[in-house]
Design a protein around this ligand. Structure first.
Ligand code: SF4
Ligand code: SF4
Length: 143
């Protein structure tokens, strides 16, 4: 922070934590992402080919004036963040992909694979038991 642009912003970049995740490859991976975004304040986005999960949560150091209260000793990641291309200047338009709802993940997966996520599975057949004959003495005989 610290630029003129930041003076007009309410600290958009200080209101979440984003962590890289593995690029989804299997139906289960996509289903997990679908589950992530079913939760409040959780979204998944892709930037320059890398996948991230984002947890919406305000930093405790963001002051009521939307300025950093620990500016001189703010973490390295905050120092590296530049207003150019930031959340305030480009927002989610800077992302390649942006998922905030399960339906978006389902649609994306279906478009890519032609398959549906979350479709109920057919019930598993129970294996038939082999009949056991019992002899007159009560001992089990071979079927
Ligand atoms: S989102 Fe951009 S403009 Fe807003 S505080 Fe962060 S760097 Fe500054
Ligand atoms: S430490 Fe300061 S700059 Fe970093 S996220 Fe918190 S309020 Fe923002």
């Amino acid at each position: 922070m610290g630029s003129i642009l930041c003076e007009h912003c309410t600290g958009a970049c200080c209101r979440y934590v984003a962590v890289p995740i593995d690029k989804p490859r299997t139906a289960r991976d996509y289903d997990d992402i679908r589950w992530y975004v079913m939760h409040e304040s959780i979204l998944v986005f892709v930037e320059e080919g890398d996948w991230y999960i984002q947890f919406g949560s305000k930093c405790e150091n963001l002051g009521p004036d939307s300025l950093c209260m620990v500016y001189e000793k703010r973490p390295e990641i905050c120092r590296e963040y530049e207003p150019e291309g930031c959340d305030y200047s480009v927002g989610c338009h800077g992302h390649d992909l942006y998922f905030t709802h399960a339906s978006q993940v389902e649609k994306y997966y279906e478009e890519r694979t032609g398959k549906r996520l979350g479709a109920p599975k057919a019930p598993r057949k129970r294996p038939k038991k082999k009949p056991v004959r019992v002899g007159v003495t009560g001992e089990k005989a071979r079927a």
